[in-house]
Design a protein around this ligand. Sequence first.
Ligand code: ACM
Ligand code: ZN
Length: 489
Amino acid sequence: MYLCPEPKKVEFNGGYYRFEVGTEPVVNTVITPLLSQKESYRITIDENGVSIEAADKAGVYYANITLKQLLMNYRGCLPCLYIYDEPEFYYRGFMIDSCRHFFTVDEIKKMVNAASLFKFNKFHFHLSDDQGFRVEIDSYPNLTTIGSVRPSSDFGRGENDPTPYAHYYTKQELKEIVEYCRERYIEVIPEFDVPGHTTAVIASYPELSCTGEKIEPRTTAGVFTDILCGGNPETLKMIYSVIDELLEVFPGKYFHIGGDEAPKNKWNVCPKCQAKVKELNLKNTEELHGWLVNEISLYLKKKGRKTICWNEAIRGGNIEKDNVTVAWWLDKTKASVEWANAGNPTIVESFTPYYADYPYGMHSLRSVYLYNPRKIKGLTSLGAASVVGIESPIWTEYIRDFETLTKMCFPRWLAVADTAWNGNDNKDFAKFLKNTVFFCEILREYGITAASEKEWNILPHSRASQTIRFFKNSLSKDFVKNLLKKDED
Ligand code: ACM
Ligand code: ZN
């Protein structure tokens, strides 16, 4: 019997419940206070039918997902059994970047539908970046008319493709995605990434940068020094306005404010930023970033929402903790370890191995499956207990089409889903592989092409060549030159 994630406890009682092929099994469902753990459920199958008991509506939903998977295994019968199940983590996330390359509403729905089969419950939607702002915003219309259009789409590979790349979601489309996710017990968490990764915003409103210089949305990957001015009150005014509009579309608990890769080169020499540092009696511009996070987080808190930010946003060390969850992807400083060890909520989305945009030769299926998010170097037992969940992002600088997107994510997202639901205590890779083969076949019916089995765990001798091939395809001479230039900035 193939299930993914594996339920916590499965006991076979012998015999089968039989029903006519093509008809639905008889299912009795109750929500019971006897189950105290949120999202937990029990399934009992005897000769007469299926009984579901659950702690809450989400538990009923996950019981039905397990039942759906059981029915994929059998025809016209189900084995008599008892299942008890509950998740390890309440945050079980996947992220899609629709900025570098855009994916249609139908494509997003396919990804969501596939993820829901494995009990993910958070869809982090990366909607703003240097290469495109992808949401219709009424109060700042240039974000859509200018910010969603980059002059070309070759991403620095030197193809000199002159076709503008112009895409955004209307609010109506986003509401449709939110509703589609809600039906699957998935919260959509929009990300408005500030103050870095905002070239598209600055292209739309140049007066919001430190220099006011006119620039265009980027056509290459990278980390850029054009970031929103931290000392200009207009910056927060714009951020609040965008947030207000997004909160109307996204009704969930969390809002992601980015905060990654925001080099302070311009802040360090900007009179407005420096005046703000002085006015607030701060030590430096990292603390100014912390102040900005606190202001936005307080704003979100007043609206009844919780803030998520990438780990760089807490480097200033002056974060008001009560409303913030840190998304830990890569931290060369000790800030994230200290954050978690102080008992503050942390989502682990470690670059290695959870970044699904990197080749299987770097982040193999096995490494994703076996990775223990509570065992990050330096985490105390309180730190480990502060990990509220995990997430696997797919960044799309080098992912131009839907089939590549699905192959990068699947089956690695099955491995992420297993850890999200079960933690890391009872791993059985051989069993997981069998489940994975089974579900990759099923995923075809979901419109998802998974990577072929020979790619999942590339042998060591091919790993280097696959990785080199990946970078060779991704990084053009222009891109490398650009990177080197940035170092000089
Ligand atoms: C990130 O990968 N810049 C969060
Ligand atoms: Zn400034």
